[in-house]
Design a protein around this ligand. Structure first.
Ligand code: THG
Length: 761
């Protein structure tokens, strides 16, 4: 999103419009009136630094110098971003329209879209009240009308139009004479997030935007009829100002900017814009109607950046910037339903300026998807965090009973308040027991895809970097690349039969990609089998002692080798067993039908109890996988990275046979990369960061943290970061954490068990 915004600034700043400039680079100033906000501004300063945006945390006197209407006595500080500015969306549209016309584009204004013409699963045109327009590609950029227009093509567009208040004051004495014909604003855009307000200049008046009111969902039938003509003050997106909602915000405004006490609210409107379940835009092609694209829920801030990305998608088939956080197919079906969208979008409106922890869960809707083990997990005091509707245990309070037994070298230092949120000392117990006995992990939410049919093997062989024509029972860790060699996903592919594969994937984007690729392919079927099945990971040095007595099938080291799968019976329950472990221990993922899940859990849990096995959650899981150096797609690497940069070159097969991305990787290897996903250890042994923090080399920003955790087995925190290649092991770096720098060191990886002796035993 920062890259989108940066490009939009560049684009708009370089545009000329007859009426004047399209971008006025007055800068931005976010102010803090509470210690929590000031701390958050430091954190946001870190995000800006990590992504190359100039920014500085400044003291109250500097805030007042930058924005003289501020009373420094009320402030604790501010975050100044000098490249921010005021976009004139209308002027920019006029200027861009003229450019497009000059190159042959045709615009049909005031024309109502009435349908999307399609034939044979492809778009063929747009139906309008003035006739049909044939088209082989349609990009629907309808903003908050997107949900309705998407319906015309049978596409569910998970956005909600909401109104948000914008008011203008009368003349402000202190501003009179400051601005003139050449500019209507010089002061930075001001944000007072503790009161959900922002402020900008309009000549000698102040415009005030408020998020301090109740969410106001808008039905499109309420919009004013403008008769097809619009102006700065008459637009279908402008609803009447609801004065009663502005009373409190107006008080807060006059408190922050005392100069407003001598003026009043002169005008206002409730403007309509789009919110989505996670706040991100919606970009992508319909799964059912090829050639029908959407690019919606895009704010002016990101507009040109998104436009460029969409243009690249259409022309090149991929965008330079990874779009997984914007792809409309990132959501599972349950997240696109009207009740889900309505509730989450409104919640996002309410929380727009709130200080939110990266793990902060929504409180509703919850319990949408629960694994068959859910009741048992509750009995064990699971602390759940939701993901794509699934409830996932992060730790189990029941394990607190084992805290007194935790050996001294497994005791984790106390965390600061921020990294201690949504964390528990119990996580150390679960990590300890997994590494010394065994842990039971609920892997049910892991996306599972069945790829079947006579063409399945060749299909997967072409789409992934791994050799797929291996024996039945093989499991392959492999990558899906795009044509430029960027990592689209990392998968495990188990060959369960000649024509039957089970793919362990990273979410609905993988389902979508495989489905699309299979659409034109005879003899390949792709099915998401996540729902209706379940999975328990049993991992640890005693995993075999736990499971083998429950089955007549041979789970010895040679009976089922590492990265092999087979069907088996455990206590009479039909299961599929895969010998692999994301936490880096001996053990298996054990899959079964949902109807057997509860029984399987009980059998494994009871058998594990005398061995010291525990149920363990995502927090331990994440710590253990980082110790072992296992990457998490979407966080550690995306389509912006190639396999060698990500340290995954080992998963790319010899380049003799064709696979998607092969040609782009010609000549690319471990020694050619200029940046690398780099393992860092934290020198003080106790400072745990959370991800997205900037990393400094020689005091200068050089990259950012992807994942981090306290490594319980090793006794210090670990972080992975994108950094220039060629930093030798032992190089000192700094990680920015709020207003301080944490010393860290480039480390050889994996930190734990590079010889694989824990897994292969
Ligand atoms: N389980 C299953 N599928 C998955 C995941 C999983 N798919 C998505 C995601 N997680 C994939 N991530 C990984 C990362 C590392 C490994 C497995 C899945 C892993 N790597 C071995 C190694 O690097 O040592 C591979 C060894 C080899 O290739 O032989 O085990 O958790 N089902």
């Amino acid at each position: 999103m920062t890259a989108f915004a940066t490009y939009t600034v560049e684009k708009l700043a370089g545009l000329d419009a007859p009426e004047g400039r399209c971008f006025n680079q007055v800068g931005g100033l976010e102010v803090a009136t509470t210690p929590q906000r000031l701390a958050d501004l430091h954190r946001r300063h870190g995000w800006a630094t990590a992504r190359g945006v100039p920014a500085a945390v400044v003291d109250p006197a500097e805030c007042a110098r930058l924005h003289p209407l501020l009373d420094p006595g009320q402030l604790l500080g501010g975050l100044h971003t000098p490249t921010d500015g005021l976009a004139s969306a209308t002027r920019a549209v006029v200027a861009l329209t003229a450019r497009a016309r000059a190159r042959g584009a045709v615009f049909h204004g005031s024309t109502r879209v009435t349908g999307i013409a399609q034939a044979g699963g492809r778009v063929t045109g747009v139906r309008t009240d003035r006739g049909d327009i044939p088209a082989d590609v349609v990009v629907c950029c309808a903003g908050f009308w997107g949900r309705e227009l998407g319906r015309l093509a049978g596409m569910r567009v998970p956005l909600l139009p909401l109104a948000h208040q914008y008011a203008r004051t009368g003349r402000v004495e202190e501003l009179v004479g400051r601005n003139g014909p050449e500019t209507e604003a010089r002061l930075p855009i001001l944000r007072h997030q503790d009161a959900d307000l922002y402020f900008r200049e309009h000549d000698d008046r102040i415009g005030i935007g408020s998020y301090a009111h109740r969410p106001m969902p808008v039905s499109l039938s309420e919009l004013p009829e403008t008769g097809g003509t619009t102006s700065e003050s008459v637009q279908p997106s402008m609803l009447p100002f609801t004065e009663e909602d502005f009373a409190g915000p107006w008080e807060d405004s006059r408190e922050l900017l005392p100069a407003l006490r001598s003026t009043k609210v002169e005008s206002g409107f409730n403007g309509v814009f789009s919110f989505t379940p996670d706040g991100g835009p919606l970009i992508g092609e319909s799964a059912d109607v090829a050639g029908f694209w959407i690019a919606e829920a895009v704010w002016v801030t990101h507009s040109a950046g998104v436009a460029r990305a969409v243009a690249q998608l259409l022309v090149d088939g991929r965008s330079e910037l990874d779009l997984h956080g914007c792809d409309v197919h990132r959501f599972d079906e349950v997240e696109t339903t009207d009740p889900f969208v309505e509730e989450t979008a409104q919640r996002n409106f309410v929380e727009i300026y709130d200080v939110l922890h990266p793990l902060e869960p929504r409180t509703s809707p919850r319990d949408l998807r629960t694994s068959p083990f859910h009741d048992r997990q509750r009995e064990l005091g699971a602390f759940f965090l939701p993901a794509h509707g699934w409830e996932r245990p992060h730790w189990y309070e029941a394990n607190a009973a084992l805290l007194p037994e935790l050996p001294p070298d497994w005791r984790a230092p106390e965390r600061d308040a921020w990294s201690g949120m949504f964390h528990s000392p119990v996580v150390a117990v679960e990590a300890w027991r997994t590494r010394t006995a065994a842990g039971l992990y609920d892997m049910t939410p892991l996306t599972r895809i069945e790829v079947a049919g006579p063409g399945a093997c060749a299909f997967l062989d072409r789409l992934t970097t791994g050799p797929m024509d291996r024996s039945v029972g093989s499991v392959t860790y492999t990558l899906m690349l795009d044509d430029a060699g960027g990592i689209r996903s990392d998968l495990t592919v188990a060959r369960l039969g000649d024509e039957l594969f089970q793919v362990g994937a990273n979410g609905n984007l993988d389902v979508d990609r495989l489905r699309r690729a299979a659409a034109g392919e005879p003899g390949v079927s792709v099915r998401d089998i996540t729902g209706g099945t379940c999975c328990i990971g049993v991992w640890g040095p005693l995993a075999r002692d736990l499971v083998q007595p429950l089955t007549g099938d041979d789970l010895s080291h040679d009976g089922l080798k590492f990265f092999r799968a087979r069907s088996a019976h455990i206590a009479g329950i039909p299961v599929t067993v895969m010998r692999l472990s994301y936490v880096g221990e001996l053990g298996w993922e054990i899959y079964t039908g949902a109807e057997y899940g509860r029984k399987l859990w009980d059998v494994l849990f009871d058998a594990g109890r005398p061995l010291g096995a525990v149920a363990a959650g995502r927090a331990a899981f994440n710590s253990l996988r980082l110790e072992k150096g296992y990457r998490s797609w979407g966080t550690d690497m995306t389509s912006e990275h190639d396999p060698y940069q990500a340290g995954l070159g080992f998963a790319v097969r010899s380049k003799e046979t064709a696979f998607v991305g092969r040609d782009a990787l010609a000549g690319v290897g471990d020694d050619t990369v200029t940046r690398r996903l780099t393992c860092l250890t934290v020198d003080d042994g106790c400072s745990v960061v959370l991800g997205q923090e900037p990393v400094l080399v020689d005091g200068e920003p050089a990259g950012y943290v992807t994942s981090a955790a306290f490594a319980h087995t090793l006794g210090f925190p670990v972080a992975y970061a994108w950094l220039p290649a060629g930093l030798p092991v032992g190089s000192p770096v700094g990680i920015r954490w709020f207003d301080r720098t944490i010393a860290a060191t480039v480390a050889a990886e994996p930190l734990l068990d590079p010889g694989m002796t824990r897994i292969r035993r």
